[in-house]
Design a protein around this ligand. Structure first.
Ligand code: PMP
Length: 364
């Protein structure tokens, strides 16, 4: 064994060495329907105005640590209840990691629990924080298996339960009363994190229920709204909880360019909201077109992506790739997703290009 291999083996954790990195496919030259991005840019005149703002940004100093201005604009523009603050993350990915690091115990392994399949970073962040992860399978219709969820909560007493609302990669909204029952079951020992990354497309939220539940954390991101490139996530919860998690947050985690771009974009949030409205309409059209295709079943979606089942997902995925369309093949994630594909809703033009390529793929 070479000396660098020995060094890797002795220094790097074996569980890290055993896994693959978070895979991001190279999308250059493809119609990109794999990552739930908003396909629309800010209008040109706004981008020019933004460029002017960015010229003024102070790059030689660290960001102002309180983030007061950007937090104020997030709270005011993005529906955080009065009296509640937010904590900001470099994407909600960072917030998931901070939540885990803040809850990992020293005397025993704390547990993160989530329905499965769900967003992969819940499990990864739990692992990296040295926590145990318990995944409770969804039912075949992709709803929560409530007896199993409540039994697992009772047995494992998780510190954190992540609930993606709507769920990624399935696209459905779990029943509100089921989420409430989970929050209540965790009372006194665990936090329920309702991850509302897709809220602009679901228009269902637990934000306004923060005052009702001390153990509720609501997490969101501006990524799906149209600002995935700036990396800004936010979460709200009781101030006492936010104060503790804030100690775990790396200092200056939101850079000055992100802050300036976010403040500017949130001043024009109506543009982003209109884009979300267009994408919701496009979702209905795309779902209807897919449902009309022979052999394709379409699952209900409250997000900006649609989950479908086809006779042979690997074949359809490969044929789409050869036609320069990149979607996500989620069929190997979990047995309930056998032969399932996830397609991001895009512009009417890209959706119809996808539909043409998909129809040709199914036929060939
Ligand atoms: N939560 C869910 C449910 C997601 O699907 C994603 C991204 N795919 C994230 C969080 C992470 O979002 P961000 O871009 O804010 O890190």
């Amino acid at each position: 064994m070479s000396s660098i291999d020995t060094l890797v083996n002795t220094t790097i954790r074996s569980d890290v060495r055993a896994i693959h990195g978070y895979h991001v496919a190279d999308a250059s030259g493809y119609i990109k329907l794999d990552a739930m991005e908003n396909p629309y840019h800010l209008p040109h005149h706004l981008r020019e105005e933004l460029a002017q703002r960015l010229v003024e940004v102070t790059l030689n100093r660290y960001p102002v640590a309180s983030y007061a201005t950007i937090k104020q604009s997030v709270c005011a523009k993005l529906g955080v209840p009065a009296g509640y603050d937010v904590m900001l993350g470099n994407g909600s990915d960072e917030l998931i990691s901070i939540l885990c690091m803040g809850c990992a115990l020293q005397d025993r392994r704390a547990v993160v629990l989530a329905p499965t399949p769900s967003f992969v970073m819940y499990q990864r962040s739990a692992q990296f924080a040295g926590m145990d992860y318990v995944g409770v399978p969804l039912k075949a219709d992709l709803t929560l298996d409530m007896p199993a969820m409540l039994a697992a909560i009772e047995e494992h007493k998780p510190s954190l339960v992540f609930l993606s609302y709507p769920n990624n990669p399935t696209g459905n909204l779990f029943a509100e009363e089921d989420i409430v029952a989970i929050i209540k079951a965790l009372d006194g020992f665990g936090l329920a994190v309702v991850d509302e990354a897709y809220e602009p497309f679901a228009q269902q939220t637990f934000m306004h229920r923060l005052p009702e539940f001390e153990n509720l954390v609501v997490m969101r991101t501006v990524s799906k709204l149209g600002l995935a490139g700036i990396r800004l996530g936010y979460m709200s919860a009781a101030p006492q909880l936010l104060a503790e998690f804030d100690k775990v947050r790396p200092p200056y985690n939101i850079n000055v360019l992100t802050q300036a771009a976010a403040e500017f974009a949130l001043d024009h949030v109506e543009v982003l909201n209109q884009q979300a409205t267009a994408l919701r309409a496009a979702r209905a059209d795309l779902a209807a077109a897919l449902a009309a295709m022979p052999g394709v079943s379409v699952f209900p979606s409250a997000a900006n992506f649609i989950l479908i089942r086809v006779p042979n997902s690997d074949d359809a995925y490969a044929k789409l790739l050869s036609r320069k369309v990149l979607i996500k093949n989620v069929s190997k994630m979990h047995s309930v997703l056998t032969n399932c594909l996830r397609i991001t809703v895009s512009t009417p033009e890209e959706n119809s290009a996808f539909l043409d390529a998909f129809a040709a793929s199914l036929a060939s």
